[in-house]
Design a binder for this molecule. Sequence first.
Ligand code: ADP
Ligand code: MG
Length: 710
Amino acid sequence: METKTDLSRRIPEMFGSMVFGEEAMKNRLPADVYQILKRTMENGRRLDPEIADIVATAMKDWAIEKGATHFTHWFQPMTGITAEKHDSFIHPVEGGRIIMEFSGKELVKGEPDASSLPSGGIRSTFEARGYTAWDPSAYAFLKDNTLCIPTVFFSFGGAALDKKTPLLRSVEAINRQALRILKIFGNETAQRVNVTVGAEQEYFLISRKKYYMRPDLVICGRTLFGAKPPKGQEMEDHYFGTIKPKVAAFMADLDEELWKLGILAKTEHNEAAPAQHELAPVFTNVNSATDQNQLTMEIMKKVARRHDLACLLHEKPFAGVNGSGKHNNWSLSTDTGINLLEPGDSPQENAQFLLFLAAVIQAVDDYQDLLRVSVAGAGNDHRLGGNEAPPAIVSMFLGEELTGILDTIEKGEDYQKHDRKMMRVGVHILPRFAQDTTDRNRTSPFAFTGNKFEFRMPGAGQSIAGPNVILNTAVAESLSRFADQLGEALAEGKNLEDALDDLIRQVIRDHKRILFNGNNYSEEWREEAGRRGLADLPTTADAMEAYLAPKNVALFAKHGIFSEVELHSRYEISLESYVKTINMEASTMLDMAYKEILPAVTRYVNELCQTVLHKQAVGLGAGGAIRFHEQAQAAELSEESENCYEALKELEDNLKKAQSITNIRDKAIFFKEKINPVMDKVRIYADECERLTAEDLWPYPTYSKLLFYV
Ligand code: ADP
Ligand code: MG
């Protein structure tokens, strides 16, 4: 058997062994082809067909040596998960034999029969084709004996049908605008500004056997029923607690699988809720980070299966227990290795830092509605604002120190803690913001954590492409306006320092309403946010309209991220998915209640009543006024189940009514107002029934069994 030391020795060699990355390319491609490919990867240019043939052959040989039989164009449709269609390498030749072949054409373009993937009306039936095209800026990799080629997915007319295309466009937009700013600061060496992202992934692990006993978990990914267990997370003994051996074995196996795919899985620990855990990778460029997070989710599920566990990525699998999010750590860095959100060592670097900071402040304030939309979904709605995750109101936490500095800049006053001189942009050296002074507020949806921002609203199961498209685009817009403004000021003969001072002061004045360092979970904040005029969009049904707001349509058009048609399709798909999700949950609820819960209650009530009759028959309690407890229990249960039944009827009626609503927005509102609350009602009564019913008759494993018996 392999020892721990053997494994440690093997890691460097194992890391990235399933990726056709730098090393494989260098080893397997002629030097000139390698150079051309590398340039293509860096600049996102199209690849010459002859070069594509050479690359394809090298990729195929590499893959076959590692046991691959198939290839696939791997893409990220608007379902939020990944899609693939496998083709084998076999190619018939004379004599009934085959050879293994893979051409440049097959590498570069594909035409998956993807007509049943959502397009939000973009692909009408007469042009039902969708195309995939290789994204040479991401590495190909091997998974399940299949060579996976990361691709973008678009329609016959060229509209983006996926999550990756807008992401790549947004990276270009922010690169363009950030370079303009760097030029103003006299930085001519940086050729490119990249977006860096590290996505911390939360998840639950439960027993696979128990998972299969719960149709709600299997079908909906979350429990629709479940009485509160005697022990929840109030003991706070799980966070960073000792990892159970079964879970540790899962994590070790997971790390290995991820490392092979070149994913920098770094930190694994227990989370706040029982049975909840987190994996954090080392950050990388946003394109890879997005691919890698998709793979991480997929592999988590697969590895869990091997360990007789089920991995839950739903945002709120258990009521009353913390849900799972995905913290999106975001920053900008130059190709020369400078983190633009890191205060520097010189006044000039600090002025630049403050300008990028101001750009993010303005972006988050101006496009708070879009940030909310970017994390919308029926699942995440249960989590946001649940006193365990940020509310659905977007605001920003900067920490006291940085807020103090901005205050001083705004007022042009002394910044007392540091020196008595006038605080002026571009004059003073800023302190470094240690993570522990900036990271204390865990309630904020968008927190500055020393040298990056942490967006905490994304849900565990969501693709990080959406939130990053919005962040990149909104910040690109601030930077673009700043570059215009500074350019004008300089042209008018102002010096850069004065121009910066004016600009940053103005941004703070105009946008400070988005800054909040207090407790975001409190009711007072909600009221305060209302007074400040911040958007409060509690559900997906409320939020989606923002996609179509003229200021947002204009933003996306200006930076070439989404056409109006593409935006509309995302709007439709999101609302449809919201409706479908709740519809499926409601149907599952009806099914479970009619077929298993009510029958279980009936059996138990019957047993109780029989007992009462038998007790009476043998003369127990005869003559006296004893009321058997079975009688009281039967009465209570009977009443709860009557109420439950009534609520179920209402749910059924409302679901029928929903069917006749054709407008998707009206339908979403109807589900929000007339389905969700009734489901809550059904659940309350059903959970009461669970509390009162004998466990051996209850059809499902309880919350305690699910959460504490892993
Ligand atoms: P926590 O939020 O739990 O305190 P860390 O400070 O370790 O965790 O960082 C969380 C994530 O932030 C990690 O994935 C890390 O790689 C990522 N991160 C660190 N620096 C950057 C950066 N400059 N850009 C993007 N992500 C970053
Ligand atoms: Mg974090």
